[in-house]
Design a protein around this ligand. Structure first.
Ligand code: NAD
Length: 238
């Protein structure tokens, strides 16, 4: 029989206590910037410099941010249970990596990587700014961009997300959703397919019917993480 596994699906809320604003919170980024100006392919075509600068600022802000107990809880589970822990995130920050996670599926890209617009190669740039003319280490061309999926762009890893969800929910697995409003991904649908599920957000969300979840915690992820950890370990040890 296949061993039980856990799929974590996280969003901006898990990094909020580390000092990274969620998009939709009061004081969040979209109160300062309009999506149409900085987060669409049209905006990037119109004003490449402005969009690159926006992501340069977000990248620089990551430098001193530290993982919180929720990131560390997932890292500790991965350390103890290896590939039975599937870590899928919508986040583009590097807090899971800083917490010690080694296998993170970043559905929407990573701020700490650049991407070649010619060949699609991605490479690690840490917290450095990019200006769009850096040379691709793979094909040698000079057209570089942030490695972040913008609105209206395809997210290449979605097929892997859906394949993972299909495969795991055909077997015994638990879904743990932390810090996402469900406006981008249909987390409620995923929870309906999961035998056991946990939801942790600050407040109820219009896009998520929490009645489909087995356990619901409306509180900070850093606070809920101790109980989520216990539930995960109990589930994996059964
Ligand atoms: P969202 O902003 O739409 O929703 C955030 C959710 O987190 C809300 O439901 C809120 O209740 C919850 N939340 C806020 N603080 C929390 C806390 N301390 N503990 C637990 N939950 C908390 O975020 P989303 O659903 O991830 O969608 C926004 C998109 O923006 C994503 O696609 C993501 O890629 C991107 N984003 C990423 C980052 C990041 O990398 N840290 C930050 C902002 C936005």
């Amino acid at each position: 029989m296949e061993q039980r596994s856990i799929v974590f699906l996280t969003g901006a809320g898990i990094s909020a206590e580390s000092g990274i604003n969620t998009f939709r919170s009061a004081g969040g980024l979209w109160e300062t910037y309009s999506i149409d100006e900085v987060c669409t392919p049209e905006a990037f075509r119109r004003n490449r410099k402005f969009v690159l600068e926006f992501y340069n600022k977000r990248r620089a802000e990551l430098h001193d941010k530290l993982p919180n107990p929720a990131h560390r809880m997932i890292a500790a589970l991965e350390k103890d249970y290896g590939s039975r822990i599937i870590n899928i995130t919508q986040n583009i920050d590097d807090l899971f990596e800083k917490a010690g996670c080694s296998a993170v599926m970043h559905l929407h890209g990573e701020l700490t990587k650049a991407r070649c617009e010619f060949c699609g190669h991605t490479w690690h740039i840490g917290y450095k700014a990019i200006y769009g003319d850096e040379q691709c280490p793979d094909c040698g061309n000079h057209k570089t961009r942030h490695h972040v999926v913008m609105f209206h762009e395809e997210a290449p890893l979605y097929w892997l997300l859906y394949a993972t969800i299909d495969r795991l929910f055909a077997t015994e697995s638990m879904l743990v959703v932390i810090g996402t409003s469900g406006q981008v991904l249909p987390v409620e649908l995923f929870a309906r397919a999961a035998p056991v599920s946990i939801l942790n957000n600050l407040d109820p969300e219009p896009a998520i019917d929490d009645r489909v979840f087995t356990h619901v915690f409306y509180e900070k992820a850093g606070v809920a993480s101790a109980r989520i950890d216990t539930l995960c370990r109990e589930y994996l040890e059964l």
